[in-house]
Design a binder for this molecule. Sequence first.
Ligand code: CTP
Length: 407
Amino acid sequence: MGTLDGKRVLLVIGGGIAAYKSLDLIRRLRERGASVRCVLTKGAQEFVTPLAAASLSGQRAHTDLFDRADEADIGHIRLARDADAVVVAPATANTLARMAGGHAPDLASTVLLATTLPILIAPAMNVRMWLHPATQRNLALLKGDGIAVVGPNVGRMAEAETGPGRMAEPDEIADAVEALLAGRPDGGTLLAGRHLLVTSGPTHEPIDPVRYLANRSSGKQGHAIAAAAAAAGARVTLVSGPVTLPDPLGVTVVRIETAREMLAAVEAALPADIAVFAAAVADWRPANLGDEKIKKGPDGPPPLGLVENPDILATIARRREGRPPLVVGFAAETTEVIAHARAKIARKGCDLIVANDVSTATGVMGGDRNSVHLIGRDGSLETWPVLPKDEVARRLVVRLAALTTTP
Ligand code: CTP
């Protein structure tokens, strides 16, 4: 049995030297059981031929927006609809710009504008084009639209330059297609009728009116969970510390700054069917908060006394009345991830812990990818591959739905 059995992938091949790897991608996807239909841009045809794509996919390859045979046969709207996922590989700077701007001058871009299917892009371009603010801006817009991204990898490229811009390898792209389809909440009804409460981001703990203690949390994982739960039909309340992320669509967002404000907002948002505590709450806050800015003086630096903040997760998980039936904590660790997470589940009284390694080398804190372990109260352990945070969120939502469905 292939891991993509019965799945239909529409592969849009863009115009870059990496297009030759997309021919291999067709083969890898088919080996996993998927059927593949290809659309080639004009640029793509400078590198690979429609005949090669057709031979490897076993289906006609599509190239033109106004192709009489094609319009009569299947047409761009059906191309955009009759699949389970759309993969753009290589996604060139030009393709990203067209997608971000909603331009549709050719068949590939028209299909991408017309589709409502999940889209995965595998960018590939010259290092400087990739790092250009315009490309990064377009990428941020596309991610904001819920488009999944795999790569680019860092490495040697065609022009003998080194840096980020190299297309992800065919097997990595195929893995990302699997992840995209596996975690997809079905038709937005998976959590219908449920209220899901999520905490996200850091907290800021004031030292004086202008200074604060904070941490490096970006809120990406918590916000992604809120977005995925809303997409799965839940009513979602997101209690968020200070972050620079846009509010997820269809989610009620309550903004707070401190741990104590977060606890109050969480309590006010109850009852909930599921509570996910993804925030990086400051464990301590400065004591003796003055109302005035602390000034430099002859006595040297001020002593910074700290007092402990309330543990929001433990407070909610240990409530006698009004405890959400499913309480999920996160464990951000830098050493002995699993052992510490196991101890945390018992100490905090939650049902499930999502543990991740946040040591600097992993790039998880503030980054777009996450490598998590799921630890149950019964000691069960499941390790997921490194995935985009959006994908971790989608898979988690599927799991939460399963855990709260009464047989
Ligand atoms: N948490 C919370 N309130 C706090 C501290 C943590 O709700 N004051 C929650 C986090 O949102 C997360 C879980 O508790 O879901 C674990 O957070 P983490 O920072 O890893 O644990 P700590 O309690 O700080 O434990 P330690 O300092 O031992 O790592």
